[in-house]
Write a protein that binds this ligand. Structure first.
Ligand code: SF4
Ligand code: SF4
Length: 363
């Protein structure tokens, strides 16, 4: 029996919802709205749906749920909103309250249950370090948190990152890690479940005496930096791999490959990490690099964020296709396994670490 829908977290964003003037600025740059073209699929429309759920004027049926989840959480609307509405807080509150009340799209429910019972959502066999043939060390200076996407869907990115770390002689370890919890937040799962995951992952790292954790996945890093720190102290630093590799010299071979760079929303718009990946790409001698039409703060989304493809796979693929048109046949380099995974449906894509590793000068 489904519980009656009662707003809970939505109560804390009422002022935000009321701040929206319905000016429509956010419609222009929302990639989801640009594909679907329904007002209810726009950031403004989603605010109105969330407000209707809050007041009880809108029933949480499947069409409303789908609209709420048809969002990549790319943050473009929030960045561009002239009234500084905290749109992502509103969208997360709506997902949380719906999920907690039992109003769930089936795929999010299955996906979340899988993470909570098996540690990852992909039928992946744990422990994941076995894929890379490296058992975690008892103690190390640095840990590589690979994340579910790298381990089970984009292992080539992980092999390249591990290959570079080992080439540089870093004292590092893999981990007995579990899903970072970002997909659970996307679904709307309760804080209590996420707290357990945060504590488990932090304890695992702390017990190995690690001082710095590096990530290939910006969403995993975001979980540690922004989410876990709400529940527990982080007794170590966190860095994305494109930050970490800045600190080392790398001898690289020449290539005339034609490449461009796609800014992952969670790395660029969220953390302002725009220069580091470009500097690493520019280290490859002779590489033929051209920027996409929309870059940095104005970068289009890859279509995979927010676990949106569970609600609407075709929509995610269409958003990705639109982005890949800007590559104009060039290889797209990116710094996120989720971006790679969705963009590669429409063209050639590799991670920054893959580009560096394949061009490493072999002794
Ligand atoms: S840009 Fe901001 S104020 Fe304007 S419609 Fe969108 S959310 Fe509302
Ligand atoms: S976060 Fe991105 S996809 Fe979601 S409503 Fe805002 S602009 Fe659209």
């Amino acid at each position: 029996m489904m519980a009656e829908f009662k707003p809970n977290r939505l109560n804390s964003v009422v002022d935000e919802m009321n701040t929206c003037t319905a000016c429509a600025t956010c419609l222009v740059t929302c990639d989801v709205f640009q594909v679907l073209q329904w007002d209810s699929s726009s950031p403004r429309g989603r605010v109105q749906l969330a407000y209707g759920l809050y007041t009880g004027e809108i029933e949480p049926d499947n069409s409303v749920l789908t609209r709420i989840y048809q969002c990549t959480k790319c943050g473009r609307c929030e960045q561009d909103c002239p009234s500084s509405v905290k749109l992502l807080d509103i969208f997360e509150a709506a997902r949380h309250d719906l999920f907690e009340a039992g109003y769930r799209l089936e795929k999010y429910e299955k996906f979340s249950n899988k993470i909570l019972t098996e540690g990852n959502p992909y039928n992946g066999e744990e422990p994941r370090w076995k894929i890379f043939g490296r058992e975690p060390k008892e103690r190390a200076e640095v840990a590589y948190f690979m994340g579910c996407k790298v381990a089970f869907q984009e292992p080539e990115m992980g092999r390249a990152t591990i290959g570079l770390i080992e080439h540089l002689g870093v004292d590092y370890t893999l981990l007995d890690e579990t899903c970072c919890g970002a997909p659970l937040v996307n679904a709307g799962v309760s804080d209590e479940e996420i707290r357990k995951i945060a504590e488990e992952n932090v304890r695992e790292i702390e017990n190995r005496g690690v001082r710095k954790v590096i990530f290939s996945c910006p969403s995993c890093m975001m979980s540690f930096r922004d989410l876990y720190s709400e529940f527990t102290d982080l007794p170590f630093e966190t860095e994305h791999e494109v930050e970490f590799f800045q600190n080392f010299g790398l001898e690289l071979e020449h290539t005339d490959e034609k490449v461009t760079y796609h800014d992952p929303c969670h790395l660029g718009r969220h953390y302002g990490i725009y220069d580091e990946p470009r500097k690493l790409i520019a280290r490859v001698p002779n590489i033929n690099f051209v920027e996409m039409e929309n870059t940095r703060e104005k970068a289009l989304c890859c279509g995979a964020g927010g676990s949106m493809k569970l609600a609407d796979k075709e929509l995610g693929i269409k958003v990705g296709e639109k982005r890949m048109k800007e590559a104009d046949g060039r290889t797209v380099i990116t710094a996120c396994p989720n971006c790679k995974n969705n963009l590669k449906i429409s063209g050639r894509v590799k991670g920054v670490s893959e580009l560096l590793y394949e061009n490493l000068k072999k002794e």
